[in-house]
Design a protein around this ligand. Structure first.
Ligand SMILES: [Zn+2]
Length: 79
């Protein structure tokens, strides 16, 4: 089952379940896709924003220097 977000000619958005991607074309050809808000049968798949999660690839924080000093760390001589 595929959930598509559909949009009618009046820019109403609604969701509809389909058995597969071809089921959308079949129902569309049959005029079985009806906007629940205005009854329009001229509907098309709405462009859905990709569901991209926040990137978890945050850069690792720079290693903290020890209280005894920073000799040997990558910042030696810079602070
Ligand atoms: Zn509509």
């Amino acid at each position: 089952m595929i959930l598509y977000t559909l949009r009618c000619a009046h820019d109403h958005h609604f969701e509809h379940w389909f058995d597969n991607s071809g089921d959308y074309d079949t129902k569309k050809a049959e005029g079985a896709l009806v906007c629940p808000q205005c009854g329009d049968t001229v509907v098309e798949k709405a462009i859905m924003a990709p569901n991209v999660g926040k990137s978890s690839s945050t850069p690792a924080p720079a290693p903290a220097c020890t209280p005894m000093g920073c000799g040997g760390c990558q910042f030696a001589g810079q602070h």
